[in-house]
Ligand binder design. Sequence first.
Ligand SMILES: NC(=O)c1ccc[n+]([C@@H]2O[C@H](COP(=O)([O-])OP(=O)(O)OC[C@H]3O[C@@H](n4cnc5c(N)ncnc54)[C@H](OP(=O)(O)O)[C@@H]3O)[C@@H](O)[C@H]2O)c1
Length: 305
Amino acid sequence: MKAIVVTDQAAGTAGMKLTERPKPQAAITDVLVEVHASGFVPTELAWPSTWADRLGRARAPTILGHELAGVVIALGYGTTGLSVGQRVFGLTDWYRDGTLAECAAVEARNLAPLPGDVDFTAGASLPISGLTAWQGLFAHRRLQPGHSVLAHGAAGAVGSMVTQLACEFGAYVIGTGRAADREKALDFGAKEFVDLDNDALGDIGKVDLVFDVIGGDVGKRSAGLIRTGGTLVSVVGPPETRPAEGVTVDFVVESDRAQLSEIVQRVRDGRLRTNIGNISTLEDGVTAFNRRERRNGKMIIRVRP
Ligand SMILES: NC(=O)c1ccc[n+]([C@@H]2O[C@H](COP(=O)([O-])OP(=O)(O)OC[C@H]3O[C@@H](n4cnc5c(N)ncnc54)[C@H](OP(=O)(O)O)[C@@H]3O)[C@@H](O)[C@H]2O)c1
């Protein structure tokens, strides 16, 4: 089968190659999925799990990509809950070969049914960004109606989901990003916008929750904005500065069938909009990932037309 792989950690995206790899087998409790669309997070090339297995042994050549939407074509031994021919979407294991490929073997529990009226491109755009937002707002913390939320990178993949979900649950959302992101962030539901390059972040006053997808200096400045009892949620590693009278949560997203179903139901009924930027084919994927222009939403590879 065709797949996009990396073998050289130092080469970055320039080291990505479209090549032939053996079609995977469905292991115990797996399904084999014919991939129709796959999502890609560019930071994946820096994740340790892209290069080593859970025991620290080198595992390249590695097939990239951890989000997919497709159709189940085979079941592993003991697999329950999904059937051959079913449309599915979800988030795959960080340490296994991924979804920028014609087929992927995935544990069934990492997938949810993809309703027939949600196309594969939309399905592949949701798992990482949707689940990350959901888990940061509702699983690791319990967002309450009326809370104020500072959503960093509000026009980006995760930030746009944070903004929309927090708004739906009755929070007052302040989005941040670059100057060019203002309209997009407001359109996703933010009530105010802070241009991090030109506005003073401190002017917003205190908030109940900061959702940090940027880290570094932005993360440090954010800690001081947390109200007593509030939360700094980080998905870019443990914050270097902690809020004086609040709590800190940092986590890595996990797949969850019930949460995926909540997210896709919101796309179906219009409560949640996808944020899809560039869409490429598998053949054009390597070129697309190496473009220098600014990303404008999730990068999706349409593996089958
Ligand atoms: N822990 C987890 O489970 C988890 C899950 C999902 C994502 N993540 C991480 O979260 C981060 C964001 O992911 P994403 O997919 O949402 O990326 P994304 O789509 O690129 O969104 C990030 C947004 O923040 C903006 N931004 C970044 N630095 C900025 C700065 N200094 N000032 C103003 N705006 C800035 C970006 O603009 P520019 O493109 O112009 O920089 C972009 O609009 C990545 O590091 C990713 O690895 C972690």
